[in-house]
Design a protein around this ligand. Structure first.
Ligand SMILES: [Zn+2]
Length: 298
């Protein structure tokens, strides 16, 4: 039987946190369910919460392992360069780091019909109208794909270029239907050449769209037009845009250096990143093995 790392007792009903086991009693005393999935709005909030939480845990006299586990969790967030967390109000949340974002779509809250309709309105108001965007079924498929990360190169699945080609040729929308997988989407800035931002205006929803002009990889974060988000999203966008530009220039620099061994390192860095995703429970063991084989070209 598993043991609680906070009190040392054997437990049947457990609460897992950061790869460790806690009993329900300790978990509640630590207010773990309250903050373990919390989206901190920025680094400052995370730091002040961390201090409160750790003080509380230390003063309640839990075992060292539990205290270390919580400290590790917050240290990792900081080391990963956590910058912003935001709920878009439409069923998607975004967590922004210095070199990547994580976009989560909650299938119970995300209303494809509503978002697709609103998204097309926003696109049509900012760009010349396109034929394939006017078909409601196609709009649905498009938004389904974008929001579930199926277009993302690093995601699991679909070749987005083929999908867009099909769309351009105006193939029957049914054929463009795709299965949705609401897994968190890990957006590495190095995978994207561009970011497009449309702030919410009036009734229109806003979006933050990552895309790669070379391979058609694409993913999107939608947000509602509340006053708070209208002010906050441009700040988040500016931050990501800056990080993205830095990443691109670093890449170009690396690629232009003669005799560099960066490509070799990148392979292992990439596997390590997937390992982190596995450890965080974002991808399954099976998905990890597939990715590893792909990267190592086994
Ligand atoms: Zn316990």
């Amino acid at each position: 039987m598993k043991k609680c790392i906070a009190c040392g007792k054997s437990v049947l009903l457990t609460d897992e946190f950061n790869g460790k086991t806690f009993c329900k009693t300790c978990s509640l005393k630590m207010h773990l369910p309250f903050w373990k999935n919390k989206l901190y709005s920025d680094m400052k909030e995370l730091e002040s919460q961390r201090d409160k939480i750790i003080n509380n845990i230390v003063s309640q006299g839990f075992l060292e392992d539990a205290i270390a586990c919580v400290k590790e969790y917050f240290a990792a967030e900081e080391q990963n360069g956590f910058a912003y967390g935001q709920d878009g109000g439409l069923g998607q949340t975004i967590k922004v780091y210095g070199n990547h974002c994580i976009i989560n779509t909650d299938k119970n809250k995300f209303d494809i019909d509503e978002v697709s309709k609103e998204y097309v309105k926003t696109v049509n108001s900012t760009k010349p109208k396109t034929n394939f965007l006017s078909d409601p079924e196609f709009q649905r498929s498009l938004v389904k794909g974008l929001s579930s990360g199926r277009f993302l190169k690093t995601g699991i699945g679909l070749a987005s270029t083929a999908f867009f080609d099909a769309a351009r040729k105006e193939i029957i929308p049914e054929k463009a239907q795709i299965t949705v997988q609401y897994t968190p989407v890990y957006v590495r800035y190095t995978d994207f050449s561009n970011i497009e931002f449309a702030n919410a205006a009036g009734e229109n929803i806003g979006y933050l769209r990552f895309f790669n002009g070379n391979n058609g990889a694409e993913t999107i974060f939608f947000f509602r037009g509340t006053g708070k988000l209208k002010k906050r999203m441009p700040i988040i966008y500016a931050y990501i845009n800056e990080c993205l530009s830095k990443n691109i220039s670093n890449n170009q620099l690396q690629n232009s250096l003669p005799y560099n061994s960066s490509s070799e390192h990148n392979i292992f860095d990439e596997i390590r990143e997937y390992k982190n995703l596995l450890d965080d429970g974002i991808i399954s063991q099976e998905e990890f093995e597939i990715k590893k084989k792909e990267i190592l070209k086994l």
